[in-house]
Design a protein around this ligand. Structure first.
Ligand code: AR6
Length: 171
C-alpha cells in the first residue's frame, strides 16, 4: 500500500507554490509556447529557456528536469506528450510521460508534484481518456517513490475539474 494522495483542483499550473515540482506540457524544443508551456516559461523567466536549450530536443513520452528559476517550486519537470492520433501508440506515450516524470521525482526525492492534463490542449488528446491514463499511471508508479506524498492534477476549467474528480472517485 502507498500513502500517496492524488487530488485534483481547478487552477493555473504555474501558480502551485506548495509543490516541490510542477510539470510542463512541453514542446520538443522545451521552448515557450502556448498554454501550459507559455504560462510556465512566463513565470520562470528567461533563465528557464536558457537551461532548456542544452536538454532539447526530447521525444514523445520523455521527461527532463530543470531548476524552477523564478518560480517558487524547486524543480520543473518537462514532459512531451503525444500529438493525439499522430504520435502512436498515443496511450502508451502519454502513460510514459507520467511514469518518466515520477522517475525523476524519485531520483530527486520529491514529496509533491503537480501535473497539468498533458496533451489535452493543442495536442488534441480527448480529456477523459487522457485523465484516465494519468490517474491509472500515477497510481501504478507512485508506490516506487518512497518520499512521494502528494500528487495534484491541475485542471484549467471547472468542467475539466468535474471530469477529473469523477475519474478519481470511481477508480
Ligand atoms: N494551467 C493549467 N492548465 C492549463 C494552463 C495553465 N496555465 N494552460 C492550459 N492548460 P497545452 P498540450 C490546460 O496546449 O496539449 C504548447 O503550445 C489546457 O486547457 O498547454 O500537451 C506547447 O508549446 C489543456 O487541458 O498542452 C506544445 O507545443 C492542458 O492544460 C503544445 O502546446 C494542456 O494544454 C503542447 O500541447
Amino acid at each position: 500500500m502507498t500513502d500517496v494522495t492524488i487530488e485534483c483542483i481547478q487552477g493555473n499550473i504555474a501558480h502551485q507554490p506548495d509543490m516541490d515540482a510542477v510539470v510542463n506540457a512541453a514542446n520538443a524544443q522545451l521552448m515557450p509556447g502556448g498554454g501550459v508551456a507559455g504560462a510556465i516559461h512566463a513565470a520562470a523567466g528567461p533563465g528557464l529557456a536558457e537551461e532548456c536549450r542544452a536538454k532539447a530536443p526530447i521525444k514523445p513520452g520523455e521527461a527532463v528536469i530543470t531548476a524552477a528559476h523564478d518560480m517558487p517550486n524547486s524543480y520543473i519537470i518537462h514532459c512531451l506528450g503525444p500529438v493525439y492520433g499522430v504520435d502512436n501508440p498515443s496511450d502508451q506515450l502519454l502513460a510514459g510521460c507520467y511514469r518518466n516524470a515520477l522517475k525523476l521525482a524519485k531520483q530527486e526525492e520529491l514529496e509533491s508534484v503537480a501535473f497539468p492534463a498533458i496533451s489535452t490542449g493543442v495536442f488534441g488528446y480527448p480529456l477523459e481518456d487522457a485523465l484516465g491514463i494519468a490517474v491509472q499511471t500515477l497510481r501504478e508508479a507512485s508506490p516506487a517513490c518512497p518520499r512521494l506524498r502528494r500528487l495534484r492534477l491541475v485542471l484549467f476549467s471547472d468542467d475539466d475539474l468535474r471530469v477529473c474528480q469523477a475519474i478519481l472517485d470511481r477508480t
